[in-house]
Design a protein around this ligand. Structure first.
Ligand code: GAL
Length: 692
């Protein structure tokens, strides 16, 4: 039985060779996130569902879209039952006509493959394609994403419809790109997924002995005699090695799922058409750096569920998405006001929809599409924000969107071939995030929050950060900050050592260098493979239920949630801060140390320090690296983003607050468009500035 399931898994092409170079087949793309020929460098548009409306209405919709300044529509990503109403019977006539109508109205078109929404004929006849949850319950029809990501049969149906679409539209000059599926996830626990899991583990470890060794299965009698015995689990009291490998498995399976559709499309599509898949807010379902190796471009869906944007945190997610391919990206969906999937779906305030649009561009978006044009008459999302109301006429936010459209049209030629500028990088590691989440040790040690605690003071002081994978090229950054590089592999450590030796400054936060990529402890104190470079090691770590004092060159403040006592080993290690913890373990122990190594430097910060200390640390780090912001002394509500390239430098200034604020521009800077007048940026105002 196992053999046949394994063969099946292999046959469906579940690439199980641990997420890797096999996928590095994506085409080379240049700085611009699109390869439009004679088309605007900024796409601006909306998700349009012509299949939900009578054709007689389409022209009215498209004219209204033009009046909003839209030049792009995304079509078809949930229209499977309209494109293939019965098994093997395809009907693209309506889509031909919808695309023609869009083109007549000056639109570029993105086509979505519909695999997030399998039709009833498919799941009824082939219930084996349905997803099974971790408790063994099989999904039914009526929602979406109810398929198994490892189902060979589902893969065939999904790639067939993708290939049919690409055969028909792959050479159509109006089609600028393809979106595969829609927000891929969640995984499945059906028998094929279990077989694929076993095959994955076999590929990863080679022998069951090796798996037993890496997972240390002598513990609690967890020893496995063969791969078939290993349960497929994502939650619960399981071996941390198993739980981390579950994430590696979901990454490999989703990557292969996307790669299969990408291959089906590329077989017929003009290479000018990009292939992407739209991802979600801080989604932890798979390693996004790994998955993006099989697509041409990153794209994501940015929602502010509670309608109260935290601009710095939101900007960090944009930066992470840019980092997936280290190139500009598309914002494939964003809300025209509100969502409909949180307990209180508050609308953004007047001005904030435009503000968030410009923020995306400032962080590297070359496109922005709203979700959605008009609410369907029925269906799960009738309450969601849209550009039109139930009666088919514009809602109040339409005017703000149209204003943004006009500005984008004006800005597009200037922004062409520019990218977000940054002199510093932050490392985001999915393995580290997962490993910490699997064993937080302190319930409040949220790895994303911890990442943001350092991103925030650095971003507001530098006005540009590249968020990249731990394996990315580091040479061009003067400062590289890894807030918590918990899982650290020897090759990653070697690159970091080389970076420091070549003159870079590497800053590590708490919990760094503790685990290997099977989530096993390094047989060494933290930061494990980097301890020799640091010349110091973590003597002990402590979860804190109350703040502990910290003092030193950063001033005085507190560590919260987590504190590590550091023990200098080498003589040239400098102690930057110590704990004051009367009667406790941490009293007088180093909390942060630094060491010069050749031309470079490594710093280790062993506690989750308060915002005041982190602000001072950020200032000192940036001063040390000689990095200055483009505009100094700004109010905290003001965001500055620089895009540069092709001999141009542009600033995007955004006032995220409800009060006006003064801005002093550098000499020679000129206003292209926006709300900067008399040296003041209005409340929720935006300005595009050209630097000399
Ligand atoms: C996204 C999804 C869209 C729509 C939207 C509503 O996550 O991709 O199809 O459901 O949410 O906010």
């Amino acid at each position: 039985m196992r053999r046949s399931l394994t063969t099946l898994a292999a046959a469906l092409g579940v690439i199980v060779a641990a997420i890797a170079p096999a996928h590095a087949q994506s085409r080379v793309w240049h700085a611009r996130a699109t390869q439009f020929e004679n088309r605007p460098a900024l796409a601006f548009g909306v998700a349009w569902y012509p299949e939900q409306w009578p054709e007689a209405r389409w022209q009215t919709d498209l004219q209204l879209m033009r009046s909003a300044g839209f030049n792009t529509v995304r079509l078809a990503e949930f229209a499977w039952s309209t494109m293939e109403p019965e098994e093997g019977r395809f009907d693209f006539g309506w889509l031909d006509r919808a695309i023609d109508a869009a083109v007549r109205n000056g639109m570029m078109v993105v086509l979505g493959t519909p695999s997030a929404a399998p039709p009833a004929w498919l799941t009824q006849k082939y219930p084996d394609t349905l997803r099974v949850d971790e408790d063994g319950k099989r999904a039914g029809h009526g929602g979406r994403r109810h398929f198994s990501f490892a189902s060979a049969r589902y893969r065939q149906f999904a790639t067939r419809i993708a290939a049919e679409m690409a055969t028909r539209y792959g050479k159509n000059p109006a089609i600028v790109g393809w979106q595969i599926d829609n927000e891929i996830g969640p995984p499945s626990w059906d028998p094929e997924s279990v077989a694929a899991w076993h095959h994955f583990l076999e590929q990863r470890y080679g022998t069951i002995d090796e798996l037993n060794r890496r997972w240390a299965t002598q513990y609690w009698s967890q020893h496995y005699n063969n791969f078939d015995q290993v349960p497929l689990r994502a939650t619960g009291q399981h071996n941390p090695g198993l739980l981390l490998d579950f994430k590696h498995f979901t990454t490999a399976t989703w990557t292969d799922y996307v790669a299969a559709q990408a291959a089906a499309i590329r077989a017929h599509a003009d290479p000018r058409q990009f292939v992407t898949t739209n991802t979600m807010f801080w989604n932890a379902g798979f390693d996004h750096f790994a998955l993006h190796r099989v697509v041409d471009m990153a794209s994501w869906d940015n929602y502010i569920p509670d309608g109260r944007p935290d601009w710095v945190a939101n900007g960090a997610n944009h930066d992470l998405v840019r980092g997936y391919k280290q190139r500009n990206f598309w914002l494939m969906e964003t809300q025209p006001g509100r969502v409909d999937w949180v307990p209180v779906n508050r609308a953004l305030d007047p001005g904030q929809v435009r503000e968030m649009a410009w923020q995306a561009v400032g962080h590297g978006a070359d496109a922005l599409l709203y979700w959605q044009w008009r609410p369907a008459r029925n269906g799960q999302e009738t309450y969601h924000g849209a550009l039109l109301g139930a009666d088919g006429t514009p809602v109040p936010v339409f005017g703000e969107v149209a204003r943004t459209g006009k500005e984008f049209a004006q800005a597009a030629p200037l922004l062409a071939d520019t990218e977000p500028a940054a002199q510093i990088a932050m490392l985001f590691s999915y393995d580290s995030r997962w490993a910490i989440d699997i064993q937080r040790h302190h319930k409040d040690f949220d790895p994303v929050r911890q990442f943001l605690s350092l991103y925030r003071p650095l971003r507001t002081r530098t006005q540009g950060i590249h968020v990249i994978a731990p394996d990315a090229e580091l040479g061009k950054y003067r400062l590289v900050v890894a807030p918590s590089l918990h899982v650290l592999t020897p090759p990653q450590a070697e690159r970091l050592v080389a970076y420091v030796r070549a003159g870079g400054h590497l800053v590590l936060g708490p919990r760094s260098g503790m685990k290997d990529d099977a989530n096993a402890l390094w047989p060494k104190r933290q930061p494990g493979p980097l301890a020799d470079l640091l010349g110091a090691e973590v003597e002990q770590y402590y979860a804190l239920d109350a703040p502990v004092g910290v003092q030193g060159s950063y001033g005085a403040g507190k560590a919260n949630i987590w504190a590590e006592a550091i023990r200098p080993v080498a003589k040239d290690v400098e102690v930057l801060a110590t704990y004051s913890d009367p009667h406790g373990w941490l009293d007088g122990k180093p909390a942060a140390v630094t060491r010069r190594v050749g031309k470079g430097r490594i710093t280790y910060i062993g506690g989750w320090l308060d915002d005041g200390l982190l602000a001072t640390i950020a200032t000192q780090l940036l001063d040390g690296a000689g990095i200055r912001p483009v505009l100094a002394d700004l109010h905290p509500d003001i965001e500055v983003g620089e895009r540069s390239g092709a001999g141009k430098r542009l600033l995007i200034l955004i006032n995220h607050g409800a009060e006006p604020h003064p801005i002093a521009l550098p000499a020679g800077a000129s206003l292209v468009t926006g709300d900067l007048a008399g040296g003041t940026l209005s409340a929720h105002g935006v300005a595009l500035i050209k630097l000399r």
